[in-house]
Design a binder for this molecule. Structure first.
Ligand SMILES: *Cc1c(COP(=O)(O)O)cnc(C)c1O
Length: 422
């Protein structure tokens, strides 16, 4: 038996793994500057809800992120899901309305629609970008459609020009779910800076993280921003120059961001551009090693887009690499082989969103509306951001070794699959 390296017996069948162990989770990266920022908030005792004449950490983050994007307003909220809910409500979306979301996204995008009393309707995605298909959006519009929520999935912007064209024709509100897309660009414009209201998550797995949970809404519309500021604190108007009055002007929520979370993110923002650039260089070097492998389609960055690489999704032509093997069995076998070598391959989304048990009873469509999403879910595996930190260049080279090794031994996988069949 040959040990290690890209040749030799597969770890799945007892050989030496390429990487010693499954890569550990190493995100977010906390520095002394982040620690100092958090401790300064604790020492100030200005933790949440307060308005002081000094700028609070929440206000500082809101100002910094608005400046970063070049938008008029940014409002900090408790998480990225709440950010979508409050953005929908601030745009007047509610009971009786339909909101089109992509069939491939994190469950929060549709749950937010349900929680404002509206009905999610699902558009299929594009087979290589994995973001909402504008043609599918157009096909799902009815007289009840009020809004569309394109998702910049995996860190790649949706095709906003095509979506805006359809939305414009039907007078739809566009709210961008940019939870995964801090730093992404579409035609040179940062995600969130297109002029629509957009939402971000600061949840600790995302590209711009906090030490827990948080969210941001950005908009150029002052009235939308003001509504969200009221709604995040029980519908109250809070002013720095007078005591809190406890008068609620609209039905609100308790959806505030706290100063500890905000200070941590503001500190991370100082290094954000450097991290983004490092991740892009690492991923480019990684993917360039895999581009030529037969039956493997690597994620790509179309012309006019800048990918933030939050998640890498690889689509596999199983009929080609493991002919005659059932697709689900082939995918599971391939993922086991990759994981045994130390590559933490995961499935990001086990099913099209409308087929989630919690959402299925609410869907008015059938699976015929999302064939591409189903195919992508069936034939892909992912690598997630927690394994793509800025210093992951060597680790990603190790991942490339893993994929090359497994691809060099597809015959063994074929035999294993056939043995299991018999
Ligand atoms: C993470 C995420 C959300 C929700 O954000 P939370 O901060 O976890 O509530 C919404 N949409 C997408 C696409 C996400 O990835």
């Amino acid at each position: 038996m040959v040990t290690g390296g890209t040749v030799g017996e597969l770890a799945l069948t007892g050989g030496e793994p390429v990487l010693g162990e499954l890569a550990p989770v190493s995100w977010p990266r906390t520095t002394d500057a982040d620690r100092a920022a958090v401790l300064a908030v604790l020492d100030s005792n200005v933790l949440v809800s307060d308005r002081t004449t000094e700028e609070t950490a929440v206000e500082r983050l809101e100002r910094s992120w608005a400046e970063y994007l070049g938008v008029r307003r940014c409002v900090g909220v408790s998480n990225g899901t709440t950010a979508i809910e409050l953005a929908l409500l601030a745009h007047g979306v509610g009971p009786g309305d339909e909101v089109v979301v992509p069939a491939l996204t994190f469950v929060a995008t549709a749950m937010a629609v349900v929680h404002v009393g509206a009905t999610p309707v699902y558009a299929d995605v594009h087979p290589t970008t994995f973001t909402m298909s504008a043609d599918s959006l157009a096909a799902e519009i009815t007289e009840r459609t009020k809004a569309v929520v394109p998702v910049h999935l995996h860190g790649l912007s949706a095709d906003l020009a095509a979506i805006d064209e359809v939305a414009g024709r039907h007078g739809l509100v566009v709210i961008e779910d940019a939870a995964q897309a801090q730093g992404a660009r579409y035609r040179g414009v940062l995600s969130g800076a297109s002029g629509h209201t957009a939402t971000f998550s600061l949840q600790m797995t995302k590209n711009l993280p906090t030490c827990g949970e948080g969210g941001l809404v950005v908009t150029d519309d002052e009235r939308v921003a003001d509504r969200i500021v009221q709604m995040r604190q029980f519908g109250e108007t809070i002013r720095a120059d007078r005591p809190r009055r406890y008068v609620s002007h609209r039905l609100g929520f308790n959806a505030k961001l706290n100063n500890v979370q905000a200070a941590y993110t503001a500190s991370q923002l100082e290094r954000f551009d450097a991290y983004h650039a490092a991740r892009r260089a690492n991923v480019a070097a990684f993917l360039s090693r895999l581009d030529h492998l037969d039956g493997l389609t690597c994620p790509s960055e179309p012309d006019g887009y800048e990918h933030a690489w939050h998640i890498l999704r690889f689509v596999v032509d199983f009929d080609r690499i493991l002919p005659g093997v059932d697709t689900a069995a082939a995918r599971n076998l391939l993922m086991r082989a990759l994981r045994a070598e130390g590559l933490p391959a995961t499935r990001y989304q086990m099913m099209p969103l409308p087929e989630q048990p919690a959402l299925r009873p609410l869907a008015r469509q059938t699976p015929a509306s999302w064939p591409v999403t189903q195919d992508v879910v069936d034939r892909s595996f992912t690598l997630q951001q927690r394994h793509l930190p800025p210093d992951a260049g060597p680790l990603l080279q190790g991942f490339a070794d893993v994929v090359e090794k497994v691809w060099s031994q597809l015959k063994v996988l074929q035999q294993l699959a056939e043995g299991a069949d018999r």
